[in-house]
Design a protein around this ligand. Structure first.
Ligand code: ADP
Ligand code: MG
Length: 202
């Protein structure tokens, strides 16, 4: 039985292209609170995903997510590479096939827990988790893709007023306040790209 899904290629491509298109913005955000490499890091990882698109789209969702996660670990670097790599690899490992809404919500929750363990972080510390956790909750609550994207937009905007207590931005102390977290922004870009591909799918 073939577990491949024609939407997989479109979704992976849309996510990668969205990150690449926003690389300069991500780098500017990281220049304000970090070392100005987040856009460059993510672009390198997503270019690797684009390069693997034929191989990825021949796989079922769980294996494709694991393989994309490995690319991100290998190519992104920085703090975010291992964290996004863990997110995608655990998502793939935890996803029951064929994917259902409930199955994706459960796998995302497991994947976020793995990111938290890996980065020893939680919500409220001004990181990607401040977008990923509310997104996971909205998904589990049965929200539509458009609603999930809206939750992600608000969550990303809310990182602006947060004090960073994890990652490089925490070195700035109070001066981290007033800037959107770059990893929260890259997570939002990924969620928006997936949601736009899924449209009104319930
Ligand atoms: P680096 O900080 O090593 O330069 P990047 O610039 O690529 O790495 O990524 C920075 C982003 O990584 C931050 O904006 C934040 O969202 C995320 N991040 C950093 N540390 C953690 C952590 N421990 N847990 C979750 N996310 C983190
Ligand atoms: Mg950085």
């Amino acid at each position: 039985m073939s577990d491949t899904d024609p939407r997989l290629r479109e979704i992976f491509e849309a996510v990668a292209q969205a990150i690449i298109a926003h690389a300069d913005e991500l780098t500017e955000l990281d220049a304000a609170v970090g070392d100005g490499d987040h856009g460059h890091n993510m672009k390198r990882g997503m270019q690797a995903v684009l390069g693997e698109l034929d191989a990825l789209s021949a796989k079922p969702w769980n294996d494709a997510l694991k393989a994309a996660g490995m690319q991100l670990v290998l190519k992104v670097g920085g703090a975010s590479g291992p964290l996004y790599g863990t997110l995608f690899m655990t998502l793939g490992k935890s996803l029951d096939m064929p994917p259902t809404r409930e199955g994706v919500a459960a796998a995302l929750q497991t994947a976020i827990e793995a990111v938290m363990a890996r980065g020893k972080a939680s919500t409220g510390q001004k990181t990607m988790l401040d977008v990923l956790v509310p997104v996971s909750e909205a998904l589990a609550a049965g929200r539509s893709p458009a609603e999930v994207a809206e939750v992600a937009r608000k969550a990303c905007a809310a990182t602006k007023d947060m004090l960073a207590t994890k990652g490089r931005a925490s070195f700035l102390g109070e001066r981290s306040i007033g800037h959107i977290d770059p990893g929260a922004r890259s997570s939002l870009i990924i969620i928006e790209a997936v949601a736009a591909q899924l449209g009104d799918v319930k």
